[in-house]
Design a protein around this ligand. Structure first.
Ligand code: PLP
Length: 472
């Protein structure tokens, strides 16, 4: 593709995205395809000769769009949001155009240094402990963040032995709760510790980690000759936003030299607002902390921010030095080589989209986006409260409302199915103590008040079709 063709097709591609966003509200939110439908429309063999780019755009429209769940739809209220935004997408395109690899400082100094600056800006923006300055890095996901943290904790606890000998029969213990994201268990599997190393700590009625139970389990494990390695605490759990009490958990970890990883993947970014600073209460105890701008902060996937209190431990845990990557800058000790801070070698210039988002919206714009999401959750919760067929499971926290219809679990499952099949909106579910409930997560980039009202009407209409008349 020559440069002039790229220029003109690039305009078409941007037009296509702008049209897609502009008319998204007219589409059903969720796909109505059966398994295999999309694939059946693709040729069985790859093209032998090149085709025009517009042919791809037309197949995108015809084949792909009907097979997508539209995460950027203004009436998408499922899971947690996965915000995209104009400035983020444009910068993502620029990053792709630059096509740099930022694995070492010398493979693109600006890629490393812009990222360092963004992470330090976020220490300020989120009111994180000052000792995180200089200790930040962008990971692809919160799953990678907990994996990297666990590898570092292992390295620290074993004084480096796990690097050479692996984990073996080491008796390490990782503490979490039933509400902790599955990524922490997956990290235990990937590191070779296995699920047998995972110890599930009790929770209180709100689903938050019971620090006294944690302390008791650590004591019992020590008495049994095991080695408490890491506590994974969550500020804003995936299912229903419980907050593990870091002020109580932190001192327990300190007392026993246990690594404290704090997962604030969804909720952490809310701390851009002063009144929501509490989401990060107690983070000063953390050895590592992560949050995802790719959820609720207008930065398209992927972009997880990880900070470690002791970057040297991270680098020592993950650095391997092949001859072909040695260079004077690295050996000078004056630069950061981010390849030692992550699992892959190569790394994209993700900081560019973060920089673009910050410059376009400013801190004030980010606050306004978070506050809109919080307001929408309260608005929806008020609508639920006014309808006595429904119960709120908890007051709306941040951008999440958890609720259920008065009918049985089966009624609620049928209700969710009917809501999503109708297409106006999209919600997801979870379970607590074996009880099924619906989740309504706000925070979409393009969501306005009327979309919340429309979603609520869709929920009410679905009751007619999904729930036995006696329950209406
Ligand atoms: N941790 C929490 C609390 C989450 O809510 C999620 C996803 O929703 C994750 C971790 C996993 O996020 P990621 O896709 O960035 O790995």
């Amino acid at each position: 593709m020559d440069h002039d063709t790229f220029r003109s097709l690039g305009h078409q591609a941007i037009d296509w995205i702008a049209d897609y966003w502009q008319h998204l509200a007219d589409r059903p939110v969720a796909p109505l395809v059966e398994p295999g439908t999309v694939r059946a429309q693709l040729p069985t063999t790859p093209p032998e000769y090149g085709e025009d780019f517009p042919a791809l755009l037309s197949d995108l429209e015809r084949i792909v769009l009907p097979g997508l769940l539209h995460w950027q739809h203004p009436r998408f209220f499922g899971y947690f949001p996965a915000n995209a935004s104009g400035p983020a997408v444009l910068a993502e395109l620029l990053s792709a155009g630059l096509g740099v690899q930022g694995m070492n400082w010398n493979t693109s100094p600006a890629c490393t240094e812009v990222e360092q600056q963004m992470l330090d800006w976020f220490v300020h923006l989120l009111g994180l402990p000052e000792h995180f300055r200089g200790g930040g890095v962008i990971q692809d996901t919160a799953s990678s963040a907990v994996l990297v943290a666990l590898l570092t904790a292992l390295h620290r606890a074993s004084a480096g032995r796990t690097r050479d000998h692996g984990t073996g029969e080491c008796g390490y213990r990782v503490y979490l709760t039933a509400e902790t994201h599955s990524a922490a268990r997956k990290a235990a599997v990937i590191t070779g510790l296995g699920l047998r190393a995972v110890c599930e700590v009790a929770t209180d009625a709100d689903g938050a980690m019971d620090a006294a139970d944690l302390a008791a389990r650590i004591q019992a494990d020590l008495a049994a000759g095991l080695t408490p390695l890491m506590v994974v605490a969550t500020r804003g759990t995936t299912s229903d936003l419980s907050f593990d009490p870091l002020e109580d958990i932190g001192p327990v970890c300190r007392r026993h030299g246990v690594w404290l990883h704090v997962d604030a993947a969804y909720a952490g970014v809310a701390a851009v607002c002063d009144e929501l600073h509490w989401v990060n209460d107690g983070v000063r105890y953390a050895d590592s902390y992560c949050t995802n701008p790719h959820k609720w902060l207008l930065t398209n996937f992927d972009c997880d921010l990880l900070w470690v209190a002791d970057p040297e431990a991270l680098v020592n845990a993950l650095s391997v030095l092949p001859a072909y990557l040695r260079n004077p800058a690295s050996e000078s000790g004056r630069v950061t080589d981010y390849r030692h801070w992550q699992v892959p070698l190569g790394r994209r210039f993700r900081a560019l989209k973060l920089w673009s988002v910050l410059r376009w919206y400013g801190a004030e714009g980010l606050r306004s986006h978070i506050r809109t999401g919080v307001r929408h959750a309260r608005l929806f919760a008020d609508l639920v409260r006014e309808d006595d067929r429904f119960t709120l499971l908890a007051p709306a926290t941040l951008g999440l409302v958890t609720f259920r219809h008065a009918g049985s679990d089966t009624d609620n499952r049928n209700l969710l199915h009917a809501i999503n099949a109708e297409g106006t909106t999209f919600l997801t579910h979870s379970e607590k103590n074996g009880t099924f409930f619906l989740r309504f997560a706000t925070g979409g980039t393009h969501t306005e008040d009327h979309h919340v009202h429309e979603a609520w009407r869709a929920v009410q209409n679905a009751v007619q079709n999904a729930v036995p008349r006696a329950q209406h």
